[in-house]
Design a protein around this ligand. Structure first.
Ligand SMILES: Cc1ncc(C[n+]2csc(CCOP(=O)(O)OP(=O)(O)O)c2C)c(N)n1
Ligand SMILES: [Mg+2]
Length: 367
């Protein structure tokens, strides 16, 4: 800052944001002094496979909803790199707290996609055992999972576990009190947590400008921990930055806020019509930054994969789509009493009484 630069209340708050990028939209590898990463050809091909397969599951889910087979679906289209990059940075011992859109992270945690569909089909109130996958249940109440995650992180900190917690949330969630409170708790207790914000530019119809006047990652400094913006459509960068932040958390260096700068290519959910509030040219501009195309270009240019490889992945994606569809349609309706299951970890006398009453009531109807 020069001697003449405005100070105090007149000082600028809008210094240009920095963005960690390791792979350009054209598929060129770029160096970064702090976040470089060495990936073998096999690892890159595997990331590409993940990206393609989760996009295929997502596409199938949207189609299923359109055919009346799901009540609703929140598409991850455009956010595959943010989710696969961060998801593949996790170790088995790390714990994940997702929103309702983290289908790519669920994939990395070996949650069967059909279990996600069961939730959106209304045949399950959860769908999977969070302890089995270290992947918590989807959370719809915006931002509330950040508090659950910090509590969990403080718990494993006290257990002395060599693990970290990661919590996902959106740009809109950063305006919630819960998220800001969780930042404070994580900061002052030095909790082993990574706050992974997918800034997809929209909170339903509310644009980013209505959430913040400064880049979201800069919020972290006010709470006393580092924040960083990463190209959320660059799977290499998302992997490298998240891996480092998780490692820092495990080593007792406390929280990090990662802002993955990306774009929600689809509707907020299948109940939304984004043409009512955003312009087509914004979508067109983001299409050029597609997370899958750049990895494909990189693999091609560097002769790390041939046509046969890409065809094989496409065939695998089609088979997965088919399999997910048929198993989704075959999902059984739950017995009515299942609504009382898993409310508490163990039995509860009041719930037992309510279940009994409800089943007696249902039994009173003629079949
Ligand atoms: C506490 C709360 N308020 C409002 C809503 C309704 N709602 C559902 S999604 C959403 C927008 C969330 O936007 P963002 O955090 O950017 O996540 P994105 O959906 O873009 O991934 C809102 C307001 C809610 N589910 N919970
Ligand atoms: Mg958003």
């Amino acid at each position: 800052m020069t001697a003449d630069a405005p100070r105090g209340v007149d000082a600028p708050v809008d210094a240009p944001p920095e963005l960690v990028q390791l792979l350009t939209p054209e598929g060129e590898r770029v160096e970064h002094p702090d976040y470089d990463i060495e990936l073998t050809a096999e690892e890159v091909r595997s990331l590409y496979r993940d990206l393609v397969l989760v996009r295929r599951v997502d596409l199938e889910a949207v189609a299923l909803q359109r055919q009346g087979e799901l009540g609703i679906w929140a598409s991850l289209l455009g956010q595959e790199a943010a989710q696969i990059g961060s998801g593949r940075a996790l170790t088995d011992a790390d714990m994940v707290f997702p929103t309702y859109r983290e289908h790519g992270v669920a994939w990395c945690r070996d949650v069967d996609p059909v279990k996600l569909l069961g939730l959106f089909r209304g045949v399950s109130n959860g769908g999977w055992d969070p302890a089995e996958h270290n992947f918590h249940l989807y959370t719809i109440v915006i931002g509330s999972q950040t508090l659950h995650a910090v509590g969990y992180a403080m718990g494993i900190q006290r257990d002395g576990a060599e693990a970290a917690t990661i919590v996902y949330f959106g740009d809109g969630a950063t305006s919630q009190g819960d998220v800001n409170e969780s930042f404070i708790w994580a900061s002052v207790f030095n909790a082993p947590i990574v706050f992974f914000c997918q800034n997809n530019q929209w909170a339903i119809s509310e644009p980013l400008e209505k959430q913040s006047k400064i880049p979201l990652y800069k919020r972290a400094s006010g709470f006393g921990f580092p924040g960083i913006r990463v190209d959320g459509n660059d799977v290499f960068a998302c992997l490298a930055v998240t891996r480092r932040a998780l490692q820092n958390a495990r080593e007792g260096q406390g929280p990090t806020l990662i802002e993955a700068f990306t774009y929600r290519m689809g509707a907020h959910t299948t109940s939304d019509d984004p043409t009512r509030y955003r312009l087509a040219d914004e979508l067109e501009a983001w299409k050029l930054k597609d997370p899958i195309e750049r990895v494909k270009a990189y693999l091609f240019k560097n002769q790390l994969a041939d046509q046969e490889f890409f065809e094989k992945i496409d065939a695998e994606a089609d088979a997965l789509g088919k399999d997910v569809r048929s198993r989704c349609l075959a999902l059984p309706d739950p017995p009515p009493g299942a609504i009382f299951d898993h409310v508490y970890a163990g039995d509860h006398p009041l719930l037992d009484e309510e279940r009994e009453q409800y089943l007696t009531y249902l039994a009173g109807f003629e079949r």
